[in-house]
Design a protein around this ligand. Structure first.
Ligand code: SF4
Length: 106
């Protein structure tokens, strides 16, 4: 079991301003089950060496603000849709494991 504490300092949310953390399929399922499905976006990947190719992989991801229920930009950067007005994670109990362990000061 992963021991998560709390979202109480602004430095931990520094990266939340630049890009949402990646979530596992199980974490995405938990967000959908909790009613946050509309806050997700379709993230995609295609090989850089094949210009204009179709995406080789697509997955649901936590959205960059403004991309909710939409497709991610080619290099998605921006504030996470779950970062609230107080600069705290609004889905702290459900936040992706990448957020729990790699969010660090900017
Ligand atoms: S889900 Fe929460 S911790 Fe993860 S990037 Fe978004 S606001 Fe930050």
């Amino acid at each position: 079991m992963i021991d998560r504490t709390s979202c109480t300092c602004s430095s931990c949310c520094g990266r939340c301003h630049r890009r949402p953390g990646f979530a596992t399929p199980g974490e995405i399922r938990a967000l959908i089950d909790a009613g946050h499905g509309a806050a997700l976006m379709v993230e995609w990947w295609r090989p850089d060496w094949v210009p204009d190719s179709e995406p080789a992989a697509e997955l649901l991801a936590v959205a960059v603000e403004g991309r909710e229920s939409n497709v991610a930009a080619i290099h998605p950067v921006g504030r996470c849709t779950f970062l609230d007005a107080d600069e705290r994670c609004s889905v702290y109990e459900l936040r992706p494991v990448e957020c729990a362990f790699t969010r660090a000061p900017a």
